[in-house]
Write a protein that binds this ligand. Structure first.
Ligand SMILES: Cc1ncc(COP(=O)(O)O)c(C=O)c1O
Length: 415
């Protein structure tokens, strides 16, 4: 890329086929530049309308609404599935990522009785590691966490070399929450299968931004959230994927009535549904599902490939600006240098990352987020972020750091 200046960023915006969608995501003009789409996506007008419609249905239909709402986990699941390369009947939207990860990891371990090892990533998101720790303890398995490079992450070769014939389950994030490093989903899946292991992918930082083709790669299991690039809103329900031919083989540990065959027969014993609905637990979060449905339909209309193409150009610009403008002030790129190994966000390391991040938010300049020990994550969501936003954000970051920031040692509950 040529040296980036504001005019070059403006030219990229003028040429951006996705730019028309930004008007749906109001409240951005004159406000802080929002680069936290990797944590919580912005509300679109059409999502707010869908929520209002859902509340209207609640008011109008009351309990009668359930005759329609009951199918939402599966129909919204099919829609989310189309964004992650999953054919119909393999995805449901329900619960949160943690619960879905627990359900699927537990089901996978039960299906692999003779194997002792669970393989994960020491740098993975805490909830993933905690769920695996708990399950390893509860099922008498050994949890082996691989240690990757802090910014480059694990290499696909390292992961593949660690899988053996005693491996019951491999559980990894496709894109690292901290560095944005991206693993090779297809080759790692194939390696797991060569050794008879099952694989469970966390797609929280991929869904809605980075292309994945679960069916084509033969993935066994996947989970992910809908409040980041899918823009489903805070606390929106998560999704889970179970490959069709595995569904009857796997039994999840939470025997709830939404997973029960003939649910309203209210029979004495649990007998799970034969298809993907057996991975549901209890009452579907109808308002959240309405939001996810509307949000995902927009992403479907735009197309993941168009979003990914813009995302890659934005993160390339961001990474270049970090090196050019922020590195002289002691910051460094905390994401892989090779664009082919990155996801949709870029991280910046600095010893004063926390007060720097806080000052940017407090002064209404840039919203990113801090991850300990020393990283600011910047996630320019392609659906509503412009190239000039990326350029201006780095200029603002440079100015605040150059003016000086100090760490008071305070840490609020949420960073
Ligand atoms: C990779 C990853 N997994 C899981 C989660 C969180 O899961 P939950 O939706 O259960 O809070 C996050 C949250 O940011 C995440 O980044």
């Amino acid at each position: 890329m040529d040296r980036v200046d504001r005019a070059a960023a403006e030219a990229l915006d003028a040429d951006d086929p996705v730019s028309g969608w930004r008007t749906q995501f109001g409240g951005q003009e004159g406000a802080a530049i929002y680069l936290d789409g990797n944590s919580l996506g912005r509300p679109a007008a059409f999502v707010v309308e869908a929520l209002n419609r859902a509340v209207g249905e609640w008011a109008e239909d009351l309990v009668g609404g359930w005759s329609r709402w009951i199918d939402l986990p599966r129909t919204v699941g099919d829609r989310v599935g189309r964004l992650i390369g999953a054919g119909p009947g393999q995805v449901v939207v329900c619960d949160n990522t943690t619960v879905n990860l627990y359900k699927l990891a537990s089901a996978a371990l039960s299906a692999q009785p003779g194997r002792r090892l669970i393989l994960g990533d020491a740098g993975d998101f805490p909830t993933d590691r905690y769920v695996l720790q708990g399950l390893a303890g509860a099922t008498g398995r050994v949890l082996r966490l691989l240690h990757g490079h802090p910014t480059e992450g694990l290499s696909s070769e390292e992961v593949q070399a660690a899988i053996d014939n005693d491996t019951a389950l491999v559980c990894l994030s496709h894109v690292s929450f901290r560095s944005g490093a991206r693993l090779e989903l297809a080759s790692i899946t194939a390696a797991a299968h060569r050794h008879g292991a099952l694989i469970l992918w966390d797609l929280c930082h991929s869904a809605g931004a980075v292309p994945v083709d679960l069916d084509q790669a033969g993935v066994d299991l996947a989970v992910g959230c809908t409040y980041k690039y899918l823009n489903g809103g805070p606390g929106a329900p998560a999704f889970l994927y179970v490959r069709r031919d595995l569904q009857t083989r796997l039994r999840q540990p939470i025997w709830g009535w939404f997973g029960q065959r003939h649910q309203f027969a209210m029979g004495p014993d649990y007998e799970p549904e034969s298809g993907i609905e057996r991975f549901l637990t209890g009452t579907a979060p109808v308002l959240g599902l309405a939001a996810v449905d509307a949000a995902a339909s927009a992403l479907e209309a735009v197309g993941i490939d168009a979003l990914w193409s813009k995302s890659q150009r934005m993160t390339a610009m961001l990474a270049e600006l970090v090196e050019e403008r922020l590195a002289p002030l002691g910051a460094s790129l905390a994401s892989p240098r090779d664009p082919g190994r990155r996801g949709a966000h870029v991280s910046v390391a600095h010893p004063l990352a926390w007060p720097w991040c806080r000052a940017l938010i407090d002064q209404d300049l840039v919203v990113g987020d801090f991850r300990p020990p020393d990283v600011i994550r910047l996630g320019p969501a392609p659906l509503y972020t412009r190239f000039v936003d990326v350029f201006d954000a780095v200029e603002r970051m440079e100015a605040v750091l150059a003016a000086g920031v100090t760490d008071t040692g305070e840490r609020p509950r949420v960073t």
